[in-house]
Ligand binder design. Structure first.
Ligand SMILES: C[S@@+](CC[C@H](N)C(=O)[O-])C[C@H]1O[C@@H](n2cnc3c(N)ncnc32)[C@H](O)[C@@H]1O
Ligand code: SF4
Length: 398
């Protein structure tokens, strides 16, 4: 059957979106405190942050990227962090305006901002809405105080729920994040907690299995035997419970960790996963821009103050900007696309790389239960393959 993958895809409309679109990611690198599991580019500063200076630097970065990739229509803007809900609404407004002036916003552009329940004030939320934010993504993480404490969070479950309710009353769309696979968490406890979370869900939920990242406090605790995490069998059970409960409640998985009502998917993240084009603005932001030099992989300076100085002296914070080979693009395309429930169209891989997917390898990964192929000839990762995605992609792409 796999031998006819291309024939199958060619005989159907394989469901590939015509244009994955263009998005802008904006990174705000500050938090009130550092969570012990987190390895995002987030920094704690005692003093006041000079937001006017940062806004001027964000504007310079936007102008720099617009000169590299002019004339795009922006489908989505995403303020991620760090904790973007620590920004003044005026700063958010200034950035959205600069993006709209440098490019053009699609009429129904999605504008998302990540909010942490420790920095919620109704006035501030109203300010974001007035600035043009139309989707809020809240870091709830757990629905009970004991686990919130174990995760090092500075808010209670009641505060998180209040933030969710406020978001629901002010924004047309909202999402919230939970982390599961916590120390001592059973599948039954997670099932109950997830059901409770779904009672408050809007059109989207991000449900991440806890990963122990390098150089975090959680890594040190685990290595010292002080953090008991689920074994492989329990991890799989938790993942499958997540899929089952969310699907039954109308928010099936559309990506390994993301769940939505049909139409409620994050348009921003779909740009990444469908291998579209995006500009990364701010400290430690990544971008992929299609230019006459090819598809550029860009990275900016991670350290906030060093980024600021570089932008002020050079007009941009980019420290890496290199065209990707067709092979590298093929790897990235698979790494992103196989995560999606819609999977990848083998013809799109062929178009991008100039070569066919290795069907023998795909077939063997299907036989081993890591990949599956749908009736349209699209391939995607299975529940068993999801935690091993990097290895699976390396195998397909080798
Ligand atoms: C960039 S964080 C920012 C969100 C916001 N600062 C907050 O903490 O509420 C985005 C999400 O990644 C998830 N996350 C971060 N580190 C993680 C880890 N080690 N394992 C699993 N999920 C993680 C959390 O759910 C978090 O809400
Ligand atoms: S999880 Fe969120 S609040 Fe905690 S350190 Fe990371 S970015 Fe900051």
């Amino acid at each position: 059957m796999i031998r006819s993958l291309y024939a199958l895809a060619a005989s159907t409309d394989a469901g590939a979106p015509a244009d994955p679109g263009f998005g802008v990611y904006v990174h705000w690198p500050f938090c009130l405190s550092k969570c012990p599991y987190c390895d995002f580019n987030s920094h704690v500063r005692g003093g006041r942050i000079d937001e006017d200076r940062y806004l001027a630097a964000f504007r310079a970065e936007i102008a720099h990227r617009a000169a590299l990739a002019p004339g795009r229509k922006v489908r989505s803007i995403f303020f991620g962090g760090g904790t973007p809900s620590l920004m003044r609404p005026e700063t958010v407004q200034g950035i959205i305006d600069a993006i709209g002036a440098a490019w053009r916003l699609e009429g129904d552009a999605e504008v998302t901002l990540e909010a942490n329940p420790t920095s919620v004030e109704a006035e501030r939320f109203r300010g974001y809405r007035a600035a043009g934010v139309n989707r809020l993504s809240i870091g709830v993480q757990a629905m009970n105080d004991v686990d919130l404490k174990a995760l090092g969070r500075k808010h209670t479950a009641a505060e998180a729920l209040a933030a969710v309710k406020l978001a629901a009353s002010l924004f047309p769309r909202f999402s919230f994040d939970l982390i599961y696979g916590r120390p001592e968490q059973s599948a039954e406890a997670w099932r109950r907690e997830l059901a409770q979370a779904l009672d408050h869900a809007g059109d989207h939920l991000s449900l991440y299995q806890l990963t122990v990242e390098p150089d975090t406090i959680f890594e040190r605790l685990r290595d010292a035997g002080k953090l008991k995490l689920p074994d492989e069998e329990l991890s799989l059970a938790l993942f499958e419970t997540t899929r089952e409960v969310t699907a039954a409640r109308g928010l099936p998985a559309y990506e390994v960790s993301n769940h939505a009502r049909p139409g409620g998917e994050s348009r921003h993240n779909l740009i990444y996963w469908r291998y579209g084009e995006y500009a990364g603005i701010g400290p430690g932001a990544h971008g992929r821009l299609v230019t006459p030099k090819g598809r550029l992989a860009q990275e900016t300076e991670r350290h906030p103050e060093m980024w600021l100085t570089q932008v002020e002296t050079e007009g941009h914070g980019v420290v890496e900007s290199a065209p990707l080979s067709r092979e590298e693009q093929g790897d990235e395309f698979l790494l992103m696309g196989l995560r999606l429930s819609e999977g990848v169209d083998p013809r799109a891989f062929e178009k991008l790389t100039g070569r066919e997917i290795d069907l023998a390898r795909v077939e063997s990964l299907i036989e081993d239960g890591f990949l599956e192929c749908d009736e349209r000839g699209r391939i995607r990762v299975t529940a068993m393959g999801a935690p091993l995605l990097d290895t699976v992609v390396a195998d397909v792409a080798a």
